[in-house]
Design a protein around this ligand. Structure first.
Ligand SMILES: CC(C)(COP(=O)(O)OP(=O)(O)OC[C@H]1O[C@@H](n2cnc3c(N)ncnc32)[C@H](O)[C@@H]1OP(=O)(O)O)[C@@H](O)C(=O)NCCC(=O)NCCS
Length: 170
């Protein structure tokens, strides 16, 4: 089995919109996502395509696709980008039966390497919901360091919640 992590192409952006739009309210809740804040699928895909066309210095977002034997199995995205400084990443394995098999840890490491290189980062943050065990354990295993737990609205899709801030530094 071959695992590959690379930047997502605009033609693959439906992987992101389908994942979120097909998610149950309960699953979105564990990730701290407010379904009313999700953009319509086509607009979401268009935004990913627009970002892909920009040079790294002008990016507001980068999306990395995780593939197993050429099939999408997950993705990561990175936003809040300050080129040459910092960004915030996200992590998702698409199907529940593939989770907790080590894919997340390895793909987080490889996605982080892409973001550090492309965006010339010094620090890469991740802020999962504090009660969402999967990403919190995975980030620690992938080498992220715990910063703090605090209340915030971590992103445009999220409601106000307790999050854990993790950081990876280069
Ligand atoms: C978060 C996610 C990407 C991690 O990927 P993964 O493939 O499950 O991660 P790994 O298999 O590499 O697991 C890494 C560690 O986390 C632990 N872990 C992962 N999910 C867990 C869960 N739900 N409960 C308890 N431990 C969990 C694993 O057991 C492993 O620890 P160990 O080796 O010490 O036992 C994946 O679980 C996922 O997609 N979750 C749903 C989406 C989500 O919540 N994303 C985060 C939004 S911020």
């Amino acid at each position: 089995m071959t695992l590959l992590v690379r930047e997502m192409l605009p033609s693959e952006a439906h992987v992101v919109s389908t994942y979120f739009h097909n998610a149950t309210p309960e699953f979105l809740e564990t990730m701290g996502v407010d379904p009313t804040r999700m953009p319509p699928a086509l607009i979401w895909q268009e935004r990913i395509g627009q970002q892909y066309a920009l040079p790294p210095e002008r990016r507001a977002a980068v999306v990395a696709l995780w593939l197993m034997d050429d099939q999408p199995i997950g993705f990561s995205s990175c936003d809040k980008i300050v080129y040459g400084e910092s960004a915030t990443m996200h992590l998702h394995v698409l199907h529940p039966d593939r989770r907790q098999t080590g894919i997340g840890t390895e793909c987080v490491r490889r996605s982080a390497a892409i973001y550090f290189d492309m965006l010339k980062l010094k620090s890469l943050f991740c802020e999962p919901n504090a009660f969402n065990i999967g990403p919190n354990r995975t980030l620690q295993k992938a080498g992220f360091k715990y910063v703090k737990t605090h209340m915030t609205v971590p992103g445009p899709l999220n409601f106000h919640q307790a999050v854990t801030r993790w950081v990876l530094e280069r």
